[in-house]
Design a protein around this ligand. Sequence first.
Ligand code: PBG
Length: 305
Amino acid sequence: MLRETSLSPSDFIYPLFVTEGKGVRKEISSMPGCFQESLDKAVENARETVSLGVPSVILFGIPEHKDEKGSGAYDENGIIQRAVKELKSAIPELYVITDVCLCEYTDHGHCGVIRNGDVANDETVDLLVKEALSHARAGADMVAPSDMMDGRVGAIRDALDEEGFSNVPVMSYSAKYASAFYGPFREAAESTPQFGDRRSYQMDPPNRREALREAALDIEEGADIIMVKPALAYLDIIADLRSAFDVPVAAYNVSGEYSLIKAAGQLGWVDEKRVMMESLISIKRAGADLILTYFAKDAARLLNG
Ligand code: PBG
């Protein structure tokens, strides 16, 4: 009766990794229980997700072909564009969010176009706009830019409005840290940078006030939801954004956070289910309205009894 915080399956957004082919369901070795799936299998997975009361998925694509400019990201016939169409027509009630970034589509694995050894911000923003528009045209309900380029939220918002997609919200990865907790995701999405790292565009983990500046800029540019990523090592940042702004706050409980708990659970070193629920409730208690998590289905099953 006096419990201050509660979790519901509707708090969760479930990430899916979609790949080419048919009947493909390949487990990601560093993320037990998560799969690279062809579209037919992704539809089955999404159906199960919805039946557990989790209303939404976020899509990551593994394209057949990668190049310097990540052209698979904004190809009208790309893996994500086809996945959105397929999922929306098979499960109309499913809320489909797309991750907007180039790192899964570039041969060098960086989140943008490379000039003189580093990511070129403005040139990248133009491509992200093309990518977001192609997702909206395919029927995406919401777009989520995860690249951390400056000015991309405003540019995407303007372009969406101009093309008649003013009802498509933007969830911005506003405070995204250059984190080692993304390791397993990079195996899952085959997006490990081939040289250097992401520190010139992602945030430095010791910084706290910078997250407020990043979020303020994104909101000014039109972000509807702001996100903190990772979640567990950044609960202070979630709490800061929650108290500073009045827009919904999402938190990404990332791959490494998932894998640590899964691994220790498999070894019998911790009680996996309890650690999972305690972690998720801490993210909610810190102030997140939404949690992107690979635990979405496991946690929903527990919550549903
Ligand atoms: C793409 C992106 C990343 C994640 C989500 N979108 C990886 C990265 O920045 O390297 C990580 C998610 C996770 O670790 O679960 N930029």
